[in-house]
Design a protein around this ligand. Structure first.
Ligand SMILES: [Zn+2]
Length: 324
């Protein structure tokens, strides 16, 4: 299992975001969430029902992009309540086969329309949610709340395979010595350094320099992603201090055009978009989801525009790290 963490950052702007809640497209993916933290979090006697409803709503929003696939996805969902930077984490299991690039169990299940369930009766994916933070569950997220649905979509996408298995020392899932074939994520097949040289070759051997992993210069060079990014590879999150579970598995927060996208490594408080960008859709196509579609957007009533358009502004509290 690989866990990925999204990081929270201080609010920089109250984003004018348009919820997608009015959409009723029939999702072809079915999400089954099994809650594993009795009496707390999603099973909290007071707040649990609304939290579960928000998670299901977020899953439905994401499912609208995957209407051309049919699969039932089983997730074990736990909760925590810890004062730390991590907002939530999620992942899915892989098959350990050195010399290969593997989809997650969830990814394989979707791409085979449910035909292949790599781990049989076990859960396909895992989510842990930190309820220490103040969460906005609805489509009207306050400036001091984190956007639950946005983060849920982010976490689910990690389980879908938007995730790297590259460790700081250049090993993969099997912790093999660098220079030896290891097990990698499908996502890792597209990693290059700033010169466009692949970090992991077709034999599954990391043959790049590990310096790239902490040099802010790891790129995703899939063709669909590049097409959506003006023809150039997309910057991934590669901070100077390697962050296990976060480095390489996210878009680069330090690239202005990427910093507010769903798959950036951190998020600020306030209402956010829940729409995938063309770049994110491109990456998903590159890792195998060739049938993904962008759902039609529902126009926002003029009155809503007026209500939202006055909110843009800067909120200057300090950057607070947390992981999604
Ligand atoms: Zn994340």
């Amino acid at each position: 299992m690989s866990l990925n963490i999204l990081t929270k950052k201080s609010a920089t702007a109250l984003l004018i975001a348009i919820g997608l809640s009015a959409q009723t497209a029939q999702a072809a993916l079915t999400f089954n969430f099994t809650y594993k933290s009795p009496g707390q979090g999603f099973d909290d006697p007071t707040f649990g029902a609304d939290r579960k409803a928000a998670l299901n709503s977020a899953a439905d929003l994401l499912g609208e992009y995957f209407v051309n696939y049919t699969a039932t996805l089983d997730y074990d969902v736990t909760s925590s309540n810890v004062n730390e930077s991590r907002l939530a984490s999620a992942g899915s299991s892989y098959s350990l086969i050195p010399g290969t690039f593997q989809g997650t169990t969830v990814q394989t299940k979707i791409l085979t329309n449910g035909a292949i369930d790599s781990n049989f009766f076990a859960a396909d994916g895992f989510i842990d949610w930190n309820f220490y933070d103040n969460w906005g569950l609805s489509d009207n997220v306050a400036s001091d709340q984190f956007d639950f649905k946005r983060v849920a979509i982010h976490e689910l996408l990690h389980s879908f395979g938007f995730s790297s298995l590259v460790n700081q020392n250049g090993s993969g899932l099997g912790d093999k010595n660098p220079g030896t074939a290891d097990t990698w994520a499908t996502f890792d097949q597209f990693l290059t350094n700033a010169d466009g040289v692949r970090l992991i070759n077709n034999a599954g051997v990391f043959d790049g320099s590990v310096n790239a992993l902490t040099g802010g210069s790891v790129l995703f060079n899939g063709q669909n992603a590049k097409d959506a990014n003006g023809g150039v590879a997309v910057n991934l999150y590669a901070p100077t201090i390697f962050s296990p579970g976060s480095s390489i598995s996210h878009l680069d927060d330090d690239t202005l055009a990427l910093s507010e996208l769903i798959m950036a490594s951190s998020v600020s408080a306030g209402q956010k978009s829940r729409e995938l960008s063309d770049i994110e859709i491109g990456i998903l196509r590159d890792i195998g989801y060739t049938q993904i579609v962008a759902p039609a957007q529902v126009p926002v009533p003029a009155s809503t525009w007026l209500m939202l358009s006055g909110l843009l502004g800067l909120v200057g509290y300090g950057r607070r790290k947390a992981t999604v």
